[in-house]
Ligand binder design. Structure first.
Ligand code: ZN
Length: 311
């Protein structure tokens, strides 16, 4: 079937329905939360491009940007300790793999920085950390000195000079953006030559995605795009990047949070109920591959020619 929205990867309008919409309340104002109840999340109709295989929301919401501005989610902030550990490990590996020589203060931009956990960890690691975040609630949660370097709004509205940053991070962000192609092209401009981009996104070809289909916890109304290794690689190459690696990501949760979340999934609810009996949740952290992937790429030498390429 044909749809009105052109694929951002290949330009085709020929698409097939992958998952029909579920629980959408079209006459109500949409409301976003970061922590959706898994297995029961609402979502719009999700289609797959017949030409390149990119999976995306058939129609972008009319007031998605307003919903992001008004987003608040105390449950998200309660997992801050787990997130701190994740970002410490991430930065340590980036520093040793990509910035082995300490050559003065390096600059990091976290697009979709939420409540500022990565900004805090990065500044503790000696980075000059800046962020972009549309939610006023999230920005107000950021500690005062770090908040000065946070732009309240969308990345599209920022005006960073070219060649500013050594590292751009899109952690659980790119799937929320209306035009990820434009975002990546702009990211490649504001990165210095050889600069690194790190992206954490759901992998629609992951084990849990195939098993749970539209009950997979990463299928939800706030996610506009569902990449897999092949499609994110192509989008990055179209945007002036060369891919270094694409790997599954193990997320660290507190055990109590994970059990509470898993209990909502029909397929594994029995297991999680028995796990609840055997454990004292809340005190332990567990790593769990929930179907996300982490992508590393660097700005390629021919980025200027890539930016002028027309789909
Ligand atoms: Zn396509």
């Amino acid at each position: 079937m044909a749809s009105g929205r052109a694929c951002i990867l290949c330009g085709s309008t020929e698409q097939s329905i992958l998952y029909r919409e579920r629980g959408q309340q079209t006459h109500r104002t949409i409301e976003y939360r970061i922590s959706e109840p898994i297995g029961r999340a609402r979502h719009g109709t999700i289609v797959k491009c017949n030409v390149c295989g990119l999976v995306f929301l058939e129609e972008l919401p009319h007031d998605g940007q307003r919903a992001y501005r008004e987003l608040s989610d105390p449950e998200y902030h309660s997992e801050n300790e787990s997130r701190t550990q994740i970002f410490k490990q991430l930065l340590s590996s980036i520093e040793s793999d990509h910035f082995p020589h300490n050559s003065g203060a390096r600059k990091l931009l976290d697009i979709g920085c939420a409540t500022g956990t990565l900004l805090r960890v990065a500044s503790e690691h000696g980075w000059i950390a800046s962020g972009v975040e549309p939610s006023r609630w999230a920005v107000d949660m950021i500690e005062a000195p770090l908040r000065e370097n946070v732009f309240l709004g969308t990345f599209e509205d920022t005006s960073f000079p070219d060649d500013t940053f050594d590292l751009v991070v899109l952690w659980e962000t790119l799937e929320h953006i209306e035009d990820p192609s434009a975002t990546l092209r702009k990211a490649s401009r504001i990165l210095r030559p050889g600069g690194i981009i790190v992206i954490n996104i759901p992998n629609i070809e992951s084990f849990w995605s195939h098993l749970l289909r539209d009950r997979w916890w990463l299928v939800e109304q706030m996610h506009y795009y569902y990449f897999e290794p092949r499609t994110i690689r192509q989008l990055l190459e179209n945007s002036g990047f060369s891919v270094i690696s694409i790997k599954p990501f193990k997320k660290t949760f507190s055990l109590g949070y994970l059990i509470q979340k898993l209990r909502d999934v029909p397929v594994i609810s029995d297991f999680s109920r028995s796990a609840h009996v055997m454990s004292k949740p809340g005190r332990f952290n567990v790593s769990f591959n929930s179907g996300q992937m982490v992508v590393f790429a660097y700005v390629s030498q021919d980025r200027m020619s890539c930016q002028t390429r027309v789909l």
